[in-house]
Design a binder for this molecule. Structure first.
Ligand code: FEO
Ligand code: CA
Ligand code: CA
Ligand code: CA
Length: 662
C-alpha cells in the first residue's frame, strides 16, 4: 500500500504496508524562483520538440496527440479497444483476451510441496516452501534454445514486498502487551517475504504450470547473503552475525526489480526501515535519514520483540559495548540492490553496495552494448527523494568476467534543471565536496549514507520515483513519479510541476549523445496523470493532459517497455482517497510513446495494486502481478466464494494466440 497520510518525519505508518517515509530534512531547492515558471502547455510542446527532434516525432505529449486519436504511420499500433474503469472483484481485459490467475500466495514450489490451506492455516515451515505474499516486481528468464522453446519454458522470479498478517494467519498477528508471543507466526512472516524463483512451462493446450525442478527456490527475509562492493567489510556493516562485515541475513520489502544482460535478477529493498526500531536518544544518520522507528512500539511487525537472535536483531538500539555486542549495524545491511542468479540455486545472493542505499524501488539497465559501460537507473520512492544512476567502471562484453560488473563504478544522482537539461552528480569520495571536512569519510560511508550525500550535492527532490523503463531502441529512460501529497505550491519546480501532486506523472530523459555514461541529459514530462477532464487546471500547477474515459489514470507505478517499444503503465492508488473514486480499481494502460496514444488494457480486483510485468520472447503471454487484493475493500479474488484474497500473478493471453497489445 501507499500511505498518503501526512505525518511527521521519522514516524512510520500505523499500518504494516509499504508506506513511504518522509525523512528528507535537507533544504535543497529544486530550482530558484520556480513558482513563476510553472510548466505551461506551450513549454511542454517546446521541450518535446527540442528533445525528440532527432526521431522526427512532432506529437509526443498525449495532450498534443489527442489520446486515442493519433494519426500518421504509427496509427493503430495499439490493436485493442480500451476497457472502462472497473470496481468489480475480477481481472478485466479487452475483448478477445483472457486472464487467469497463476502462482497465488501459498502455491507449493519446493521441498515437500505442502498444499495451500485457506484460512491462514499453513505453518511457517510450510510457507518456506510456498510462494510468498504480496507479489511485486518480476522477471522471466527463458530456458532452452529457440524462440518457441524459450517462450514456453522459463524461470519466473517474483518479489514479495510485505505481508498482511490478517490474511497470513488464522486470526491476525498475536500480540500480548506488544510482544509477539507466537514464534511460528514470526517465522511465517519472515518466510512470506523475499523472492520466489519458480520454473514454469506451458503445455500444448496452452496451460502454464509449475515444474517441480531443481531451480525452484525461496529466498526470504532470513536467507544468508553476501555483502559485495565498496561497503564489504566496512565498520558500518560489522555485526554479531558477521564480525568481518561480509555477510548478512535476508532481504526485505522487495519492491520492484531489475535484471542484467548476463542473466541475473535484481531485487530491490524499498521500505526496509519500517522493520527496525531504535529508541536511542539520538539515532545515527544511517538510521535517522531513512526513517528507522524511534519508538519500540511503532514498527511494522514487532519481530524485534522475540528473543531469538534472528528476530531480536530488528532492535537496532546501541545497547551493548560495541557493534558486535548489539544490533546497531543490522539496518545498514538493508536498503541495497540484491543480485540473484536464478540459474544456480546454490548461489548466495549478493548485496551490491556500489549501487547505493536508499528506499530502492527498482533497478533498470541501459541498453547493453558490447564494449560499452552499463548504466543502472534507480528511484528512491519516498516523497522528495531522488533519481539515481550507477555506471559500471568496466565495459560489458558478454563474458564471464561481467558477473561482478556491479561492484565497481560510479553512483550519480540527478539534478533536473529548469531549462530541460539535467546533470548527473557523482557521489564519489573526494568529489563534489564529499570529503571528511563535510562529514564523508570514505566511499563506504557515502554509500551507506547515500541520501545524505545526495542532499549535500544538491540533487532534485522528486515526487516519489517508482519504476523506470528504457526504450528498447532509443535508450530513452522513462520513470514514474507516483504522487506527492506533501509538495506545496512553493515547492513546485519544472520536473515536479504540481503542488500538491495527487495524480502523479511520468518523466523521460535522453542521455547526452545517448551514452549511458553521459554526465548530462535532456528531459521532459511525458504525461501528467489525472481524471478524464479536458483542460483541467490543478491548483497552482500545470494544465492536465487531455485524458479521456479510455485512458484517465492516477498514481503511475509499474512501467515497462515491450520489445515493440510500447510502454506499459501500472497504477497504485492504494491508501489514497482516489481509490474507489473516478479511477475505479487499479489497472494497467499501454502507451505508444511515438503517437501519444494511451489505452486502458487491464483492470484489477478490489483493493489491489497492479505491479510486476514480464513477457516470454514471443510476446504471446503477458505475466503481471496483483498485489494485496482486499487491502481496501472486500475481495475474495482469485479463489472466489468466501475464500481469503491472495496476491497472485495473472497470465494474459489472446484468444487467437497472437502478440499481446498489437
Ligand atoms: Fe513498493 Fe514504491 O512501491
Ligand atoms: Ca506495493
Ligand atoms: Ca511500486
Ligand atoms: Ca506505489
Amino acid at each position: 500500500m501507499t500511505d498518503q497520510v501526512d505525518r511527521p518525519a521519522n514516524h512510520p505508518a500505523a499500518s504494516p504496508g509499504d508506506a513511504e517515509l518522509d525523512c528528507n530534512p535537507s533544504a535543497n531547492p529544486l530550482f530558484t524562483d520556480v513558482v513563476q515558471r510553472r510548466l505551461s502547455r506551450r513549454q511542454l510542446l517546446a521541450g518535446t520538440a527540442a528533445l525528440m527532434g532527432a526521431v522526427g516525432a512532432a506529437a509526443l505529449i498525449p495532450g498534443v496527440a489527442r489520446a486515442g486519436g493519433s494519426s500518421g504511420q504509427f496509427q493503430g499500433r495499439l490493436g485493442f479497444a480500451a476497457i472502462p474503469v472497473s470496481r468489480e472483484d475480477r481481472a478485466g481485459v479487452p475483448e478477445g483476451y483472457h486472464a487467469q490467475p497463476f502462482l497465488p500466495w501459498g502455491t507449493p514450489i519446493t521441498g515437500s510441496y505442502p498444499d495451500y490451506r485457506d484460512g491462514g492455516l499453513n505453518s511457517g515451515e510450510e510457507q518456506e516452501q510456498q510462494v510468498g505474499m504480496h507479489h511485486d516486481g518480476m522477471h522471466y528468464f527463458p530456458l532452452g534454445r529457440g524462440l518457441a522453446e524459450q517462450s514456453r519454458h522459463g524461470i519466473l522470479c517474483i518479489n514479495h514486498e510485505y505481508v498482511a498478517p490478517e490474511f497470513l494467519h488464522a486470526a491476525g498477528a498475536t500480540r500480548v502487551d506488544g510482544v509477539r508471543t507466537v514464534v511460528d507466526e514470526v517465522r511465517k512472516e519472515v518466510a512470506a517475504h523475499g523472492v520466489s524463483v519458480v520454473e514454469i512451462a506451458r503445455d500444448d493446450a496452452g496451460r502454464w504450470d509449475v515444474v517441480r525442478g531443481p531451480f525452484n527456490r525461496r529466498i526470504t527475509a532470513g536467507t544468508e547473503m553476501e555483502i559485495t562492493g565498496p561497503v564489504r567489510g566496512d565498520d558500518l556493516v560489522r555485526t554479531r552475525f558477521s564480525p568481518d562485515g561480509v555477510r548478512c541475513r535476508g532481504t526485505l520489502n522487495n519492491c520492484a526489480n531489475g535484471y542484467t544482460p548476463w542473466g541475473t535478477y535484481l531485487t530491490c529493498e524499498e521500505n526496509w526501515a519500517g522493520y527496525f526500531v531504535n529508541d536511542d536518544a539520538a539515532q545515527p544518520r544511517e538510521h535517522k535519514r531513512y526513517g528507522v522507528s524511534t519508538s519500540a512500539s511503532h514498527d511494522r511487525y514487532s519481530w524485534h520483540t522475540r528473543a531469538e537472535d534472528e528476530y531480536a536483531r530488528f532492535n537496532a538500539a546501541a545497547t551493548g559495548a560495541s557493534a558486535l555486542a548489539d544490533y546497531r549495524n543490522e539496518p545498514n545491511t538493508f536498503g541495497w540492490v540484491v543480485e540473484i542468479d536464478p540459474m544456480d540455486p546454490a548461489s548466495t545472493p549478493k548485496k551490491r553496495t556500489a549501487l547505493g542505499r536508499f528506499a530502492h524501488e527498482g533497478a533498470w539497465p541501459s541498453l547493453a552494448r558490447f564494449g560499452q559501460r552499463l548504466a543502472i537507473y534507480m528511484g528512491d520512492d519516498s516523497r522528495f527523494e531522488y533519481i539515481y544512476k550507477f555506471v559500471t567502471r568496466d565495459a560489458y562484453w558478454g563474458r564471464k568476467t561481467d558477473r561482478d560488473l556491479l561492484d565497481h563504478g560510479t553512483l550519480y544522482v540527478a539534478r533536473f534543471n529548469e531549462d530541460g537539461s539535467g546533470d548527473w552528480l557523482a557521489l564519489e569520495f573526494g568529489q563534489n565536496g564529499l570529503t571528511p571536512e563535510n562529514g564523508f569519510h570514505s566511499q563506504a560511508d557515502i554509500l551507506v549514507n547515500t541520501r545524505t550525500a545526495a542532499d549535500f550535492v544538491g540533487a532534485t527532490k522528486m515526487d516519489r520515483p517508482e519504476w523506470g523503463a528504457v526504450h528498447p531502441v532509443t535508450g530513452d529512460v522513462y520513470m514514474t513519479l507516483t504522487n506527492n501529497s506533501a509538495r506545496t505550491v512553493a515547492q513546485i519546480d519544472a520536473a515536479n510541476p504540481r503542488g500538491p501532486n495527487p495524480y502523479g506523472h511520468i518523466i523521460r530523459w535522453r542521455e547526452h549523445r545517448r551514452r549511458p555514461h553521459a554526465l548530462r541529459f535532456e528531459w521532459e514530462i511525458f504525461v501528467l496523470a489525472g481524471p478524464a477532464a479536458e483542460g483541467e487546471v490543478l491548483p497552482g500547477s500545470a494544465r492536465n493532459q487531455d485524458l479521456t474515459e479510455d485512458n484517465s489514470f492516477a498514481s503511475p507505478d509499474g512501467l515497462w517497455f515491450d520489445e515493440r517499444g510500447m510502454l506499459w503503465i501500472q497504477t497504485d492508488m492504494s491508501g489514497s482517497q482516489l481509490t474507489g473514486g473516478p479511477f475505479g480499481n487499479n489497472g494497467m494502460l499501454v502507451a505508444d510513446p511515438t503517437t501519444g496514444d494511451i489505452r486502458r488494457f487491464f483492470t484489477g480486483p478490489v483493493g489491489c495494486e497492479v505491479t510486476g510485468i514480464a513477457m516470454p520472447p514471443d510476446a504471446r503471454t503477458l505475466f503481471l502481478n496483483i498485489q494485496h487484493p482486499g487491502e481496501q475493500g472486500p475481495s475474495h479474488w482469485p479463489d472466489g466464494g468466501e475464500a481469503r484474497p491472495r496476491s497472485a500473478t495473472v497470465i494474459v493471453t489472446r484468444d487467437d494466440g497472437q502478440i499481446i497489445g498489437r
